[in-house]
Design a protein around this ligand. Structure first.
Ligand SMILES: [Zn+2]
Length: 307
């Protein structure tokens, strides 16, 4: 039964099929029937078998769940907490916009996997002609209706975007989720103008939190099927054709609500207690004001590359 739910893949960077197993999956047959949920720092996570390519050292999950199943799960993923995380996400993504402004003066921007559109909203407010593409129907509806943004629903690889068109392309926390990250990067390269900027961030499995926590690191999760270090992310970006690839940072921001929600979900008491987190409640306001701000680099790889 397991085999029909899984598919094997070669190294998503170099195409090699020679790897070492880092650790095995902890998922049982019944886990596959549960749809995936997107939350921050969920304790007791499920995860697939992690392997490391002997040729390029990329760490990736192999086998992965059927790509059709992954796509369906993302398409149906709900954005129920969007209003609760809104303020802290707006704050963190403002810092991402400032980073990009330092390196690129052109104004047409595409955010791939834009989610609810918090980054896009900030980018639009400082003058970018900002467009997003996103697979989650719920997130697209939020971005369009609540934030009034220009967002297409669908898969980036299948969208017929023009060549040499955008000044900036961004991939914030996307590449760790996709079965074919090199293909996504090559497509991002194709639609950029010559000299255009790509900004790419993923969790960093070579960072201190990952090394200290091992399998208990919050980014070892079912939905994360590629794991990058600064070196392997830089490698795959160069492989896609980008030049002058460099490591940078921005200020990450996490509210107390964002830390509590996954714990309550894990304890299965989130639904009855949810109302206390609403931005309209007093406790919700207080928990949203208490924010942890730290350099994103501590736990993430953040790269800039140019076409
Ligand atoms: Zn490889």
């Amino acid at each position: 039964m397991m085999d029909s739910l899984l598919e094997y893949r070669n190294c998503p960077n170099c195409g090699g099929d020679d790897f070492d197993v880092l650790f095995n999956s902890n998922m049982k047959d019944c886990d596959f029937r549960e749809t995936v949920d997107t939350v921050y720092m969920l304790p007791g996570s499920k995860y697939g078998r992690h392997v490391k390519c002997r040729r390029c050292h990329l760490i990736y999950v192999n086998p992965i769940e059927k790509v059709s199943k992954i796509n369906q799960d993302y398409s149906e993923m709900e954005s129920t907490d969007a209003n609760i995380i809104r303020e802290s996400r707006l704050r963190a993504t403002k810092s991402q916009v400032q980073l990009i402004k330092k390196y690129e003066s052109g104004t047409s921007l595409l955010d791939i996997g834009c989610g609810e559109g918090f980054f896009l909203l900030n980018a639009s407010e400082v003058g970018y002609t900002a467009k997003g593409i996103e697979v989650s129907q719920d997130a697209v509806a939020y971005a369009q209706k609540e934030l009034g943004l220009d967002v297409d629903m669908g898969h980036f690889g299948e969208s017929q975007l023009p060549e040499n068109y955008f000044d900036v392309v961004t991939l914030w926390q996307v590449l760790e989720h996709v079965p074919y990250p090199l293909m996504i990067l090559k497509e991002a390269h194709r639609i950029l103008k010559p000299g255009g900027l790509a900004a790419i961030a993923t969790p960093n499995i070579g960072g201190v939190p990952a090394r200290v926590l091992g399998k208990r690191w919050w980014n070892i999760r079912r939905v994360h099927i590629n794991q990058f270090t600064t070196e392997t992310l830089k490698g795959i970006i160069k492989n896609a054709g980008f030049k002058k690839v460099s490591s940078v940072s921005y200020w990450e921001c996490i509210s107390l609500s964002m830390l509590f929600i996954p714990i309550l979900k894990y304890l299965r008491v989130y639904e009855p207690l949810k109302a206390i987190f609403y931005p309209s409640s007093i406790l919700g306001k207080v928990m949203d004001k208490i924010r942890f701000i730290y350099p994103a680099k501590v736990d993430n790889c953040i790269m800039l590359g140019f076409k």
